[in-house]
Design a protein around this ligand. Structure first.
Ligand code: SF4
Ligand code: SF4
Length: 82
């Protein structure tokens, strides 16, 4: 999963781009629900939020490193294709 750092400027550009609805406005900055973030696997070749973020504050979450296979499994679960 990806994560949003405290460099987020709350511009709201990323939220509508997420195909999994994983991004939401937290108390201070936007946040990503790691259980819903597939790093866009299953939907797009590249993480869409990273593509649009103007301040480049959406890195990989070092605590939630997942393989492509795990991400695909999550995608299938989220879309009930399993
Ligand atoms: Fe959503 Fe894709 Fe960003 Fe994850 S990488 S939060 S699935 S847009
Ligand atoms: Fe924050 Fe970047 Fe999303 Fe804008 S696009 S709300 S700066 S994470």
């Amino acid at each position: 999963a990806l994560m949003i750092t405290d460099e987020c400027i709350n511009c709201d550009v990323c939220e509508p781009e997420c195909p999994n609805g994983a991004i939401y406005q937290g108390e201070e900055i936007y946040q990503i629900d790691p259980n819903k973030c597939t790093e866009c696997v299953g939907h797009f070749d590249e993480p869409q939020c990273q593509q649009v973020c103007p301040v480049d504050c959406i890195p990989l979450d070092p605590d939630r490193v997942e393989s492509k296979e795990q991400l695909m499994e999550k995608f299938l679960k989220l879309t009930n294709q399993e």
